[in-house]
Write a protein that binds this ligand. Structure first.
Ligand code: NAD
Length: 512
């Protein structure tokens, strides 16, 4: 593909790429291990990347530590100015980077562009935030005393990201972490290293132009081995990790063992309740986009539909008809609705889940399967499918990262909410209803137990202005908007005595 070659060139991707970068310096060319990045779109090898060694990791840490000493002295609004320039650089590279995201990860071109737009949006948000890192002031109980709190940077923020949002998740973390005065070390997913290299080149140019030291932004390539170096390293006070619940449990335990901070964004098992009071046409769009968009590989993908018995048959018929119209194929072709899964391991996991679902009694109303033929040569294209199930099937309780949609019938709203909450994960949830009482109950403390709860919007996707994340096995972390920035800073409470005596708190007397 001639267009892909010119995009790689524009973004600075070589056939063989270095294992790490500290700003504009790239290193670790020599080691023997490398990762080949294949496109799930056509199965072609895009490029290779060296895997970082322990020595490379130490170089990255040393540069980051040095950069932090400088970066923390830069006033926050000036740090915001660097992030503003980064946002502008992303605007200039939106088409190229968005296309590479689509080609390396397999999401639709529109979603690839959307991901870069999300990066631009978080930069804008972070620029405003750079003048708003507010602390509170308190009234002291002691005379002529003043109390307040302030927020200081933590140091090195380690970012471990997943393949499915290969660039946006990094920027959600990095843009906020930078205005807060931190430096970042990013380990992108080993399944999508090239988009990581492209982003690092863009920010490195901005840093170099502004004469900012190496190491404010670092990139390190590798799999869980490099991830484990970061999670076990006391020099990295905060680890922000996005990925599977299995990964999050390992990261949480490693960081917890050294009493570090972790921000975990893990798997979901998201449901839409479709009430008897729902607008069924609107519900259909929300459900189908949520289930098949990004080939079911969003953490917020709709996995379960909990449908009122009175509309169950009618809505299922609409769904089956809509699935019959889905176009599956090359995600760079904007006529297609559904692209490939990330790799053949993901295809195997999809097939395995279908078998397990059947073994537990699931009734498929739309069958799955792997597509074969000239247009599907990567072997990663699968058919979105739908099964009628019980919520307590083991497979339904588990997040399969593929377009398998489960249908569950309910009678009362209390039952529907119990089903919606009756999974280990707690990321995104939604109710489709035009009934105010139902909507308010769903949003109340007796309603959804998820970090995200929507009314008349599906589960999939979110705006950067809100805090993003979920409860239970989703990990409890919050990123992006609202006051998520606080996770990237340490709070300090200050009390100043401007009197001539030293009164103690709680009226305690200590006379010498
Ligand atoms: P994954 O868990 O396989 O890998 C994610 C990252 O963690 C990779 O960079 C990997 O190298 C690293 N890693 C794995 N084990 C590690 C360990 N023990 N220590 C340190 N690092 C380790 O996930 P994936 O397949 O890339 O992504 C899909 C998963 O991510 C899904 O479960 C999805 O729901 C989740 N996800 C969640 C969110 C969210 O915001 N909640 C967003 C995107 C994706």
């Amino acid at each position: 593909r001639a267009d892909i070659q010119s995009i790689l060139k524009r973004l600075g991707i070589e056939p063989n790429n270095a294992a790490y970068s500290t700003g504009s310096e790239w290193g670790g060319h020599s080691g023997s291990n490398s990762i080949d990045s294949f496109s799930p779109v056509d199965g072609e090898k895009i490029a290779s990347v060296k895997v970082a060694s322990q020595a490379d990791y130490e170089t990255v840490i040393a540069n980051a530590q040095e950069a932090f000493i400088f970066w923390r002295t830069v006033p926050s609004p000036k740090r915001g100015e660097i992030v503003r320039q980064f946002g502008d650089a992303l605007r200039q590279n939106k088409e190229a980077l968005g296309t590479l995201v689509s080609y390396e990860m397999g999401k639709s071109l529109q979603e690839g562009f959307g991901e870069v737009q999300e990066m631009i949006d978080i930069c804008d948000f972070a620029v405003g935030l750079s003048r708003q890192l507010y602390g509170l002031t308190m009234h002291s109980e002691r005379p002529s005393h003043r109390m307040y709190e302030q927020w200081h940077p933590l140091g090195i923020v380690g970012i471990i990201s997943a393949f499915n949002f290969p660039v946006a998740v990094w920027s959600w973390n990095a843009a906020l972490a930078w205005v807060c005065g931190n430096v970042c070390i990013w380990k992108p997913s080993e399944k999508t290293p090239l988009t990581g290299i492209a982003c690092q080149k863009i920010i490195a140019d901005v840093l170099k132009t502004n004469d900012i030291p190496e190491g404010v932004s670092s990139l390190i390539i590798g799999d869980r081995v490099i991830g484990e170096m970061m999670t076990n390293d006391g020099r990295v006070p905060l680890i922000s990790a996005t990925g599977s619940t299995r990964m999050g449990k390992a990261v949480g335990a490693a960081v917890g063992a050294r009493l570090g901070k972790s921000l975990l964004e893990l798997g979901g098992n998201n449901a839409i309740i479709i009430s008897e009071h729902a607008d069924l046409d609107m519900s259909l769009i929300g459900a189908v986009f949520g289930a098949v968009g990004t080939a079911g590989q969003r953490c917020t993908s709709t996995r379960r539909l909990i449908i009122h018995e009175s509309v169950y048959d009618a809505f299922t018929a609409k769904l089956v008809k809509a699935y019959g119209q889905l176009r599956i194929g090359d995600p760079l072709d904007q006529h297609n609705h559904v692209g490939p899964l990330i790799d053949t391991d993901a295809v195997a996991a999809y097939l395995n889940s279908i078998e397990k679902c059947k073994a537990e009694g699931g009734n498929f109303v739309v069958d799955g399967g792997v597509l074969e033929g000239e247009n599907y040569s990567s072997g990663c294209y699968v058919k979105p499918c739908i099964a009628e199930v019980k919520n307590d099937y083991k497979i339904v309780q588990h997040e399969t990262f593929a377009p398998i949609l489960y249908l569950i019938k309910y009678k009362t709203l209390d039952e529907a909410i119990a089903l919606q909450n009756g999974v280990p994960q707690g990321l995104s949830s939604a109710i489709m209803t035009l009934n105010l009482r139902e909507a308010e109950q769903f949003l109340s403390f007796q309603g959804s137990d998820c970090g995200i709860a929507n009314v008349n919007i599906g589960t999939s996707g979110a705006e950067i202005g809100g805090a993003f994340g979920g409860e239970k096995e989703t990990g409890g972390g919050r990123e992006s908007g609202s006051d998520a920035w606080r996770a990237y800073m340490r709070r300090q409470t200050n009390t100043i005595n401007y009197s001539h005596t030293l009164p103690l708190a709680q009226g305690i007397k200590f006379d010498l």
